[in-house]
Design a binder for this molecule. Structure first.
Ligand SMILES: CC(C)(COP(=O)(O)OP(=O)(O)OC[C@H]1O[C@@H](n2cnc3c(N)ncnc32)[C@H](O)[C@@H]1OP(=O)(O)O)[C@@H](O)C(=O)NCCC(=O)NCCS
Length: 99
């Protein structure tokens, strides 16, 4: 990894990979909206996962419940329960995270 010829390649991969999480989430929402008559989506996100939490908030998900610290007694991580109501006919696969 100390070979400098790797650096431009890794830089490009990092740039190409940017936005994958956002587009995967949008693709899931599109699929859910086609498969279900209900347009409400619920998901769990671990409290320690700052990256995913930021992604979900940016995509319009709200926290409706957070696990109590007592879940540690069951050797579990604390999680947020999040939800979003998908707007019919406004899902656009090409939405960008910073638009
Ligand atoms: C979380 C994850 C899915 C994000 O995917 P990604 O392709 O890196 O994210 P994107 O480039 O699409 O970013 C979209 C938005 O998510 C948020 N985000 C993504 N990674 C972030 C990080 N490390 N810290 C803070 N916010 C982050 C930002 O708001 C970002 O918008 P911006 O680029 O305008 O700032 C990815 O990093 C991942 O797979 N992580 C490890 C596994 C994991 O944690 N899975 C989820 C379990 S709930």
């Amino acid at each position: 990894m100390s070979d400098p010829s790797f650096i431009p390649l890794l830089g490009n991969v990092g740039h190409i990979m940017k936005g994958i999480g956002w587009h995967l989430l949008k693709a899931c929402e599109e699929l859910i909206s086609k498969m279900n008559s209900s347009l409400v989506v619920y998901l769990h996100c671990r409290v320690i996962d700052d990256g995913p939490l930021s992604l979900y908030k940016k995509a319009g998900y709200s926290i409706i419940k957070t696990d109590n610290i007592l879940v540690w007694l069951r050797l579990q991580q604390r999680k947020h329960l999040m939800f979003k109501e998908l707007a019919p006919n406004t899902l656009n696969f090409d939405d960008q995270p910073n638009e």
